[in-house]
Design a protein around this ligand. Structure first.
Ligand code: SAM
Ligand code: SF4
Length: 329
């Protein structure tokens, strides 16, 4: 069996959500009160996750991303990384984190084979950072970034969800971050996925704005090829900079035609697309290879050609029922 869908797309990348819990409450991700959390018994164990990846690796999965919720709040995440690292065929394991817990955990994560992280950081101003995350502490994230750079956890990517009237005044500061350090800032379009933030259409900004702003500020952007793990980002380098600037624009210009991603949710659902509701329960089939093969075939056959997020989404059918922390961003 090949991990190919009805549109000829081959999948080599699995995003694994290991928890729906989080130490922050970002305004674009969930409401102030948080989300209704999964019962611990419904969350896949590390052994189950490793078993699933062992099954998929010979079928073509080579790249893994560990996400959540906040993956660093789940105990023993380093053991999961260690276990995944031993699976033959897995070439790249990355982790997406809000960075608040990274500094104290970095040694044990790296000792178990973590080689790179994406840190989500939407503001470099303490007050705005607090406004976005509701409870975050910017200093802790900056410490995490500094130590990751010092220890060589690279390429170090910083994900910035751009929002009108919230952090769009900081485009210059984020662009500047790429000049002196090997930091890869990736601006991401705000997606209408949270089901909570009724201000999405007011806050959504096309990333075209960043390009225009960069040019207006006198930065000359040159295209870059070949940054590890850059399937969805259009990548540029400011002339003379050590790092790069990426644009991930799922709303204004989607990249569904070249999608190579599959997802596993914390409660063990195989999800072929972030946007659409379809998902299949993996847990019951983990000890039954023929049933698991069927489930994966069924999942691939369900994959839609594209999502429907666009600047006019409010007038369209909405596919999602869970927010990013529940699906695994
Ligand atoms: N807690 C970790 C973190 O924040 O990096 C991992 C999970 S989080 C759901 C993964 C990514 O999804 C983050 O970079 C976050 O900024 C992004 N995200 C969450 N909701 C989003 C939305 N509505 N639009 C765009 N990106 C979103
Ligand atoms: Fe937590 Fe990440 Fe969602 Fe922020 S984006 S609330 S850090 S899961």
């Amino acid at each position: 069996m090949k991990l190919q869908d009805n549109f000829g797309r081959k999948h080599d990348y699995l995003r694994i959500s290991i928890t729906d819990r989080c130490n922050l409450r970002c305004i674009y991700c969930m409401g102030e009160e948080g989300i209704k959390l999964l019962d611990h018994r419904d969350v896949l164990s590390y052994e189950e996750i490793i078993g699933f990846v062992k099954f998929l690796a010979p079928l073509g999965i080579k790249k893994l991303r560990i996400t959540g919720g906040e993956p660093l709040v789940r105990k023993g995440v380093e053991n999961l990384i260690g276990g995944l690292n031993e699976i033959s065929g897995i070439e790249d394991i990355a982790l997406t984190t809000n960075g608040e817990l990274l500094a104290p955990m970095i040694d044990k994560l790296m000792d178990n084979g973590l080689r790179r992280v994406n840190i989500s950081l939407d503001s470099l101003k303490p007050n705005t950072y607090k406004e976005i995350t509701r409870i975050g502490n910017l200093n802790k994230v900056l410490q995490g970034i500094n130590i990751a750079l010092k220890k060589g956890l690279t390429p170090l990517k910083i994900n910035v969800v751009l929002m009108a009237g919230v952090n769009d005044e900081e485009i210059y500061d984020f662009l500047k971050l790429t000049l002196d350090d090997p930091i890869h800032v990736r601006f991401i379009e705000y997606m209408p996925l949270d089901g909570h933030d009724l201000k999405w259409s007011k806050r959504y900004l096309s990333l075209q704005v960043v390009k225009e702003k960069a040019t207006a500020l006198g930065f000359k952007l040159n295209p870059v090829e070949g940054l590890i793990g850059n399937g969805t980002a259009e990548t540029w380098r400011i002339h003379g900079a050590k790092g790069t600037v990426g644009f991930i624009h799922p709303v204004s210009n989607h990249f569904c035609a070249s999608c190579t991603r599959l997802r596993l949710t914390a409660d063990g659902k195989f999800k072929p697309c972030l946007y659409w509701q379809e998902e299949l329960n993996v847990r019951d089939t983990l000890n039954d290879p023929p049933a698991l093969t069927n489930l994966i075939k069924q999942g691939l056959a369900m994959k839609h050609e594209k999502h429907l997020m666009s600047p006019g989404i409010e007038n369209q059918e909405q596919g999602y029922v869970r927010c990013m922390a529940q699906i695994g961003g």
